[in-house]
Design a protein around this ligand. Structure first.
Ligand SMILES: NC(=O)c1ccc[n+]([C@@H]2O[C@H](COP(=O)([O-])OP(=O)(O)OC[C@H]3O[C@@H](n4cnc5c(N)ncnc54)[C@H](O)[C@@H]3O)[C@@H](O)[C@H]2O)c1
Length: 342
């Protein structure tokens, strides 16, 4: 298959491009290199696969159109270019809107006008569901739980766009759905929870697993938002790459696919549980302080993958232990992480 991957040297993009090229696909990568650290991913892809990104800002519609006009048709577009942080969206809501809402719109317009058979898979967010303050939450020893949703949250949750990031991602999600409904395109919007894996350049406000592992390895004291019992389901980036491949085949014209995607209940983790896992591996305590919660932060988000699995047959395979172990090995730049005696 022939793929266009926007944001293709970002974290998820690098994992996807690596996966697709290894699997024999033809791939074109577009990125503006605006995310700090992604030059290292570009270098990795060049060394591994002799591929270089086209440096294009997807908000520059005429530049994007000129570039795409010279391209052979794509079978699928993975649209991953995005402004990824709620904090950054509050600092600069205009740019957040341009990148997430207009950028997605520009990609969809290209497909509507020039390439209507191309599948478009866009990345949305669990933040579309707001703070979930109406969900009954119980506090257990190491985590919050949502006892009324034992299989995770499905797509019946009401939408509640909180913060500029929630609004821009929400707009993109609705456009992706509506371009299938109104124009008969093949689209999907993945309401994605936490993704983790190699090639991520985390910050304190995005990429929490890699960020906390990095801080713990450096033995720096960690300041938490909240008491560390917040729960997310974790999806390994290689599992997500497999899902993109499956969706490119499964998407039917005119069908609205707004899909919750994540690791699911078997792959959920709280911050305190991550610390306990790290303490066992590193053989020393993790130093942290609790603090006030972030506004609109969900206490629990765990995806119910039923709808996406029914559509594609896909299910995550990498267990949390396996995924965290791989991450710890890479972050410590050494051999396999071993449990040390306490
Ligand atoms: N990582 C997660 O856990 C997660 C969760 C939910 C949703 N998402 C979404 O998935 C997508 C990919 O996330 P990621 O974690 O790989 O982020 P990332 O920041 O690593 O990658 C995004 C890439 O897009 C590029 N980019 C940003 N603005 C651009 C523009 N205007 N034009 C062209 N390229 C641009 C960046 O340089 C970067 O390489 C994003 O849309 C993000 O919001 C990620």
């Amino acid at each position: 298959m022939r793929w266009l991957v926007t944001g293709g040297v970002g974290f998820i993009g690098t994992n996807l491009v690596d996966h697709l090229l290894t699997g024999g696909h033809d791939v074109v990568v577009v990125d503006d290199l605006s995310r700090a650290g992604v030059e290292a991913n570009a270098y990795f892809l060049e060394m591994q696969h002799a591929i270089k990104p086209e440096i294009i800002d997807i908000t520059d519609r005429s530049l994007l159109e000129r570039f795409l006009a010279d391209q052979k048709p794509f079978d699928a577009i993975a649209h991953l270019a995005g402004q990824v942080s709620l904090v950054a969206s509050i600092a600069d809501p205009a740019r957040d809107f341009e990148v997430n809402a207009e950028g997605t719109f520009n990609v969809l317009e290209y497909v509507r006008l020039r390439s209507p058979h191309t599948a478009v898979i866009g990345m949305s967010s669990n933040k579309l569901y707001g703070d979930l303050s109406f969900v009954r939450i119980l506090e257990e020893r190491t985590r919050y739980v949502a006892p009324d949703w034992p299989f995770g949250f499905d797509e019946t949750l009401p939408l509640a766009f909180h913060g500029p990031y929630g609004c821009s991602k929400g707009a993109a999600d609705q456009y992706l759905g509506d371009y299938a409904r109104t124009f008969g395109l093949r689209t999907a919007s993945l309401r994605q929870s936490s993704v983790y894996g190699p090639h991520q350049h985390p910050r304190s406000d995005q990429g929490w697993v890699a960020h906390l592992i990095g801080e713990a390895l450096a033995d720096r004291p960690i300041q938490l938002n909240g008491i560390g019992k917040q729960v997310r389901d974790l999806l390994h980036a290689t599992d997500l790459a497999c899902l993109f491949e499956a969706l490119a085949v499964a998407l039917a014209p005119g069908v609205v696919n707004q899909l919750n995607v994540g690791g699911g209940p078997d792959r959920s983790l709280s911050i305190l549980e991550l610390f306990a896992w790290l303490e066992e591996r590193l053989g020393r305590p993790i130093t942290y302080e609790t603090g006030p919660e972030r506004p609109s932060d969900q206490k629990v988000f765990v995806s119910n993958n039923l709808r996406v699995s029914a559509l594609t047959g896909w299910a995550p395979r990498v267990t949390i232990d396996e995924g965290l172990n791989r991450l710890l090995v890479a972050a410590s730049g050494g051999g396999p992480a071993k449990r040390r005696p306490r």
